[in-house]
Design a protein around this ligand. Structure first.
Ligand code: NDP
Length: 452
């Protein structure tokens, strides 16, 4: 049977664009449909604008530190509108690069929604239909706001933050995950009064407990008013603000309430189930190790599959799909030992296991050092960094590394290579320290602080 395309990709985010481009470079005839903006969550309303906001917010602390170091610095005032204009200019530039990278190898781009008609047919919003030998669904995820909370429709999500006209004076952030903690730090750094409610006992559930405590303490020290064991009971519009009643009885008014209560796979209304594609409980597309769905011609990568929801992972999954389907080289994306960073201030980079997960599995040694780095102690700034290694007692391999420090995202990328290669504690010990740095601590921790 002749098809219009060898591959039709639905979704122009990190995973879809990589797969579409690389497949086209093999000579395949490829189309890609995107209903919003090319680049997806990462480029348009996620990692990239978030990181630029992290940079912007970091200058307030830097100015205070500069003053302590002897500079005469006038208290800065942040101009959101100036930053926002530049931010959106940058996003436009990046979107164009994505578009050009697809067009160069000959991918046909359709700027509209596409849904499945059957195992080999895609229908566009304007009614056109195309057949394809393979279809790749890479539609990502969307922010989830619990609709059980009265007044929930008043809340913003992270999507809205990048578009806001003015910087609010006082915000409430709900949630304790990546996005909640990152935005709490960003907005606090930009001069916004930030309150954060998290329903659990400590933020960043799933991360190393010692690191979670350290981050929470640093966030509060910087001025984030964090309330754990607290959730929203009700939201009401009161004048220009939003009145919030919390589950602990607390009442307060905010200019904006931002829900960062997780993301859900973007799989509804795509004709997936009608085409025979199996979805999981949370709407995630179920795939095998090669990203193939229950319909052999349909594959899925990225957040819509809810495996490891990170941009570089979606890109790897997209590339592995092309290796498997278009290059005759069956390749499973490797989901083990993925380094990642939470861009709080200071940042938290981690790779491998938490102390809690590791000690349930095998005997371990824990090496940990929390201290004020030279740059802070010089000016009496009480911000501490944390370096922590989890070592398997039997194999001596580093099975977990956790760093909280300015630049921890950069550091964990390097540590991640060593951990992925199977480095032992002794390999770290034999590496000469780079002095004077904070990160030299990672090769200088001689005795375990505890064993388990
Ligand atoms: P997370 O899953 O990290 O956190 C969701 C938070 O919302 C948790 O604290 C959760 O609480 C809370 N929550 C969930 N449901 C409710 C509810 N009904 N009421 C109150 N609180 C609730 O999601 P995020 O949205 O922060 O991030 C989504 C994903 O995006 C991440 O998992 C990550 O993969 C990715 N991401 C990665 C980043 C990075 O690499 N730097 C940055 C941003 C996002 P509880 O813990 O109790 O379940």
């Amino acid at each position: 049977m002749a098809f219009d395309y060898d591959l039709f990709v639905i979704g122009g985010g990190s995973g879809g664009v990589r797969a579409g481009r690389v497949a086209a470079e093999t000579g395949a005839k490829v189309a890609l449909a995107e209903e919003y903006r090319m680049g997806g969550t990462c480029v348009i309303r996620g990692c990239v604008p978030k990181k630029l906001m992290v940079f912007a917010s970091g200058y307030s602390g830097a100015m205070q530190d500069a003053h302590e170091y002897g500079w005469s610095v006038k208290a800065g005032v942040f101009d959101w509108s100036k930053f926002r204009t530049r931010l959106h200019g940058e996003l436009d530039r990046l979107e164009n690069i994505y578009r050009t990278n697809l067009a160069r190898p000959g991918v046909d781009i359709y700027d509209q929604r596409a849904v499945l008609q059957d195992a080999h047919t895609v229908q566009l919003a304007d009614g056109q239909t195309f057949t394809a030998k393979h279809i790749l669904v890479a539609t990502g995820g969307y922010p989830f706001v619990p609709d059980t909370v009265p007044g929930h429709e008043l809340a913003w999500t992270s999507n809205d933050v990048f578009l806001m006209e003015d910087l609010p004076k006082k915000v409430l952030i709900v949630g304790g995950g990546y996005i909640a903690c990152e935005f709490a730090c960003i907005l606090n750094g930009l001069g916004v009064g930030v309150t954060q409610y998290y329903r659990g006992a400590q933020v960043l559930r799933g991360f190393d407990d010692e690191a979670r405590g350290h981050i929470a303490e640093m966030m509060m020290r910087q001025g984030v008013e964090l309330h754990v064991g607290t959730d929203v009971e009700r939201l009401e519009k009161r004048g220009a603000g939003i009145w919030v009643k919390a589950t602990d009885g607390r009442e307060a008014e905010f200019d904006a309430v931002i829900y960062a209560t997780g993301r859900k796979p973007n799989s509804a209304g795509l004709g997936l189930e009608e085409a025979g594609v199996k979805l999981g409980r949370f709407g995630q597309i179920e795939v095998d190790d090669y990203s193939q769905t229950s319909v052999p011609s349909i594959f899925a990568v990225g957040d819509v599959t809810d495996r490891v929801n990170l941009t570089p992972v979606a890109i790897r999954e997209g590339a592995a799909f092309v290796e498997t389907v278009f290059k005759g080289n069956p390749t499973k994306p490797d989901h083990s030992l993925i380094p990642s960073a939470v861009f709080t201030q200071p940042e938290y980079g981690s790779v491998g296991m938490t102390e809690e997960a590791a000690r349930d599995e095998r005997p371990i040694e824990v090496y940990s050092a929390a201290f004020r780095p030279m740059q802070n102690s010089f000016i009496g700034k009480d911000e501490r960094v944390l370096f922590k290694l989890i070592v398997c007692t039997q194999t001596r391999k580093i099975i977990g590394a956790h760093i909280i420090a300015p630049g921890a995202g950069e550091m964990i990328q390097m540590v991640g290579i060593a951990v992925k290669m199977g480095a032992t504690k002794e390999d770290f010990d034999q590496t000469v320290a780079v002095h004077p740095t904070m990160s030299e601590e990672i090769v200088l921790m001689k005795a375990p602080v505890r064993t388990a």
